[in-house]
Design a protein around this ligand. Structure first.
Ligand code: SAH
Length: 512
């Protein structure tokens, strides 16, 4: 082999909940030049791909193959031969009914180096999220994974129905929902008791998770019209769901929530929502970029000692100010004697993380309240005649500088960063909104509203009908209202934790 050696990683993406993706899978995905992914691999994992990596969707919904299996194999070989690192991301575990074995065989035949990164198979995860332990000392000591969709070209069955019907405690059928009546009939015909508990788990671990329980006798009837992907679980352990169901009891389970804030800021918010059971879709509408020029901020940093006040209105402002302070070879001692204000707790936390305790954080987290707080704490005349540095986004509201100016302060407003529109996949989000797959949309600033509308386009207002809109505070809600979008949720505190809590409260109340 003369080519530069590429490599293929066959990676298990897990069952859907992105939290069930493995650390090794994440690392390999992050190193890949090309990512080839399936229908069942949650696209949210693609955020771990290297920026600029080639992303290739090879579909594969039951029946409709976007790319035939042989071509997937050829694609992997071709890209690896170009010397590329290829991540082949497959739903669940690659070697459990995922044709990962065949793909590996092709790679081996072509002498392409490969590694297999196991994933959490749906057979384990979907029952777990349904509250069904696959084994249990009191009920069963054996479990089998069975295909419910045998190769239709096979004349004879590869499944020893007589043996599995009675010889195995718990049976998990993949790809069997279309053949559910035949499967239960065969099990009963081969000796399994008709009263055996059985369940179907559809879209396990995802917002759409649906669980139907019954017995071999009545399950097929109860599941009429159900579509893949679903697993059939048969055995006494299914009865434990009664006691052990947990996922459905989380306040946000079954809810898919769109986060529109910048990618680098989304993870904390996403984590809180996911902990409450939500499925999060990240749709970064804005990105945080350095200002057009550092000169104004650098100049302000150079004359820092001339200021009596420094005001920060966001974490990004703190971050870039701190970067430029360091770049100038200086540190927090240059802030000695200066009163530092933060608009809210997240900004104050960002300051604290670089060793600066904010002298003032207003109780209401918006510009007007900051002015009031300054006067309340330091006296009405505190500002007059003083010099104030306001390090913030290039395109922010003018309330703070105008109000401070009116009170006799000399305010230097410097752009510490810019918010720019992010190049996000609006088609995918439009499709999800149209299909009713998004249950709530969150706006965490006026710019997220504006850029969301720009990205989603003219039909945004229509697409948002029936969707819960959560805005972080009154200014954001007002911007939304100006575009005809009513905010159903506006928390009393204008913070991310309060917004998450308000979403939990809203959906808990909506639960039947
Ligand atoms: N390699 C995958 C299975 C691929 S075969 C794994 O280890 O999970 C595809 C079948 O897997 C589907 O038809 C369905 O039976 C099952 N499946 C995959 N994800 C599922 C999910 N989230 N919930 C229920 N069943 C799922």
């Amino acid at each position: 082999m003369s080519e530069a050696a590429g490599k293929v990683y066959l990676i298990g993406a897990g069952p859907g909940d992105p939290g069930l993706f493995t650390l090794k899978g994440k690392r390999c995905l992050g190193e890949a030049d090309v990512v080839v992914y399936d229908y069942l691999a949650n696209p949210r994992l693609l955020r771990y791909a290297k920026p600029g990596a080639e992303l290739i969707y090879v579909g594969k919904q039951a029946g409709t193959h976007t790319l035939p299996q042989e071509e997937i194999g050829r694609l992997l070989v071709a890209r690896a031969r170009e010397g590329k690192a290829v991540a082949r991301l497959k739903g669940g575990d690659p070697f459990i009914f995922g044709r990962g074995g065949e793909e590996a065989e092709e790679l081996a035949a072509a002498r392409i180096p490969f590694e297999v990164v196991p994933g959490v198979t749906a057979a384990v995860a979907a029952p777990a999220y349904a509250g069904i332990p696959l084994t249990h000392r009191d009920f069963t000591s054996t479990v089998a994974f069975v295909t419910g969709h045998e190769d239709p070209t096979k004349d004879e069955t590869g499944i020893a129905w007589d043996k599995i019907a009675t010889g195995i405690g718990t049976l998990v059928f993949f790809m069997g929902i279309g053949q559910l009546p035949e499967i239960v009939e065969k099990l009963v015909r081969h000796g399994r008791a008709p009263a055996t508990p059985a369940a179907v788990v559809r879209w396990g671990t995802r917002a759409e998770q649906e669980v139907v329980t019954g017995t071999l006798e009545n399950l097929a009837e109860k599941c009429q019209g159900m579509k893949p992907p679903a697993l059939i679980v048969v055995g006494e352990v299914v009865a434990l769901r009664e006691k052990l169901r947990w996922f459905e009891t989380l306040p946000l389970s079954g809810r898919r929530i769109l986060i529109t804030r910048a990618r680098e800021q989304a993870s904390g918010f996403a984590a809180v929502l996911e902990a409450a059971g939500a499925e999060v879709v990240e749709f970064p509408t804005i990105g945080i970029a350095p200002p057009e020029s550092w000169a104004p901020l650098d100049a302000a940093v150079a004359r820092l000692r001339e200021y009596q006040w420094v005001i920060f209105t966001s974490r990004n402002g703190v971050r870039f100010f701190w970067e430029r302070l360091q770049a100038a070879g200086r540190d927090i001692r240059d802030l000695a004697g200066i009163t530092v204000c933060a608009i809210g707790p997240a900004t104050a936390a960002a300051l604290l993380s670089v060793g600066i305790r904010a002298d003032l954080v207003p109780t209401e987290f918006k510009a007007e309240a900051l002015i009031e707080a300054i006067q309340a704490v330091f006296g009405a005349g505190a500002i007059a005649g003083s010099r104030v540095l306001l390090a913030r986004a290039a395109e922010a509201r003018e309330v703070i500088p105008e109000e401070l100016g009116r009170r006799g302060a000399q305010v230097d407003v410097v752009a510490a960063y810019r918010t720019i529109r992010s190049a996000s996949d609006a088609d995918a989000v439009r499709a999800m909104l149209r299909e009713g797959k998004i249950h709530a949309v969150t706006f965490t600033s006026s710019s997220t509203v504006k850029h969301f509308l720009d990205l989603v386009g003219g039909e945004a207002e229509v697409l948002l009908r029936g969707v819960v809109v959560a805005s972080i505070g009154p200014i954001t809600a007002q911007t939304a209202a100006q575009h005809g979008i009513v905010s159903h949720i506006v928390p009393e505190n204008y913070t991310i934790p309060a917004l998450a809590e308000a979403l939990v409260g809203h959906f808990r109340a909506a639960r039947p």
